[in-house]
Design a protein around this ligand. Sequence first.
Ligand code: EPZ
Length: 416
Amino acid sequence: MNKLCIQGNKHLNGNVIISGSKNAALPILFMTILTEEKIKISNVPNLTDIQIALKLLIHLGAKIKKDKILHIDTSSINIFCAPYYLINKIRASIWTLGPLLARFRKAKIFLPGGCKIGSRPIDLHIHGLTQLGATININKNYINAHVKGRFQGKYIFMEKISVGATITIMSAATLAEGLTIIDNAACEPEIIDTAKFLNSIGANITGAGSKKIYIHGVLKLKGGTHKIIPDRIETGTFLIGATISKGYIICHKTEPKHLTNVLIHLSKSGAKITTGKDWIKLDMRGKRPKSLNIKTAPYPGLPTDMQSQFTLLNIISTGVGSITETIFENRFIYASELIKMGAKIKIKNNTITSFGIPKLISSDVLCSDLRGSATLILASCIAIGVTIVNHAHHLFRGYDSFPDKLNKLGADIKII
Ligand code: EPZ
């Protein structure tokens, strides 16, 4: 699973079924720590990040059964310390902190890991939990935290828009005494899905998806079932795949309204787009895309998780296009690998400018983060020649069956 051999010069055409959202499934898995009753979750994607999250829950004492549905029982959690080898692999492990404190009043977790796309600080998570009443110390990479009695609801203004910290505070506030208001909250669909899950097990959350989220604390949460929303970034990645290969694609079991901004930009680049209740069709009618000048932004702006994919669109566009990254400070690592394939790129501060060329040439490439890996694989599908993609394990963290799905669209990818 570490290397891919990709035969290039392909058009990507056809149908693809979109999997459940990684960035909704991960927080919701950790939210199960908040209740001692049984939970069933469906449409969970098959990813290494999910496997690590399940291993972490089992380490804490949860019982997990997986058939088509994930059955989780956290009534037997009796360990409140999460070790280095489980925590440091995924950023999402930070979401154990709020729920462990809310239900068990204590937690000791290693500092979280995640894609090396920036420093990935957790100060906003710590600040929020401290505001609710936690005492938190960080030493030798461990977060030691406890709270005396229940969290106390508070008004919390987020100095910076943060998906992760919004979810951390929302999770802790569900069992707090009184009302918590999160102002300047992140609005991503994954936050709405997490709030929907929490409300389905007895929480009292309103305003998720807007700038102000209201959480009226309750004493206990109960059991329930939930279906994870589709993955909007996987959807966007496949749409870009068809765009850069002058092909056409229909993405099924997705949610068009989660990709409004992405679809606007793809239409601007010349794609013909039609949508239905749970599908999106894109057709390039055999044409190269026009270049775009865009900025990433918190939802509903252009997702930072689509930055590298749109750079690839600009690289093979008919003009000069630039993308400014406003969320993470080091998210252009993939660019040097694309330059090896002939891309004409200039990076200045947090803007990447590409001078469109008709063809890329294959060259062995090295993956270093999740979304960059998917971009390098799409580039390899259209490059002239055979590409070896190294360190492909980054891809399997966040894309379910990506090579198989691409091969069904006409790619020629072998796992070696
Ligand atoms: C989530 O990361 C997603 N990860 C990311 O997806 C996504 O890019 C990001 O949100 C979008 O904002 C998961 O959901 C598992 P943030 P998160 O807190 O929560 C700074 C992918 O490819 N910040 O919204 O870590 C931070 O450094 C991944 O699927 C602080 O300063 O992102 C960044 O500049 C990559 N202090 C900005 O805020 C904090 O305490 C937004 O980060 C927290 C964040």
